[in-house]
Design a protein around this ligand. Sequence first.
Ligand SMILES: [Zn+2]
Length: 259
Amino acid sequence: MQLVDSHCHLDAPEFDGDRDAMVARARAAGVAAMVVPAITAASWPGLRQACAGDSALHPAYGLHPMFLAAHRPEHLDELRDWLERERPCAVGECGLDFFVEGLDAAAQRRYFDAQLQLAREFGLPVIVHARRAVEEVIHTLRRIGGLRGVVHSFSGSPEQARQLWDMGFLLGLGGPVTYPRANRLRALAATMPLEFLLLETDAPDQPDAGIRGQRNEPARLPAIAAVIAGLRGQPVEEVAAQTTANARRLFDLPDSPSP
Ligand SMILES: [Zn+2]
């Protein structure tokens, strides 16, 4: 059984002490590929370095809305250079966050719009962060048009999910779906078409119910897949096979041999 972690921040300082061991644990758990989105321009070189030399690790470059204070307009020009030179698997993490206090909405919109334009120009998928902002994200994706990608850690309504599928977008689900009280999310995971699902850990954040309060890591992905399979009443192998195929197609990842 092969899995793809479609969203993990394995360049995060939380992993500085044991990054190689953490990646080895992920491989041993059947995680054949990991997509690693960026947060700030300053993080791009370190991210590139963390993924270099390991064909299972796939960086994406972008400007994360929660780190707005670190972004400068010239970082968008630098992003264009990085996309041109590195040809990453995606643009991201980008998006809108109306949950965190004090993030200027207009500035967030400018960076998000510009990154979507770049993704379209380079024909790359986008990795979208949408917190308390799913409705506006949908409108923005529709307005720009010609995009594909994933709304990671999706937390919207069934109607919003359908609107995203209609645009060809996938939904990333991870740790939050493993908590018994997440009724709306669990109902979505139980009934949604598997062709639109990606699995993710968002490590080191969003630990699943089995490691509540602890540092998350990609080796936890099988636990998430098992919960979703259980909710669907479907063999975990089917969930793994389809979501892995979805991730490989969206991010144009090479097939990797069985671990
Ligand atoms: Zn993230």
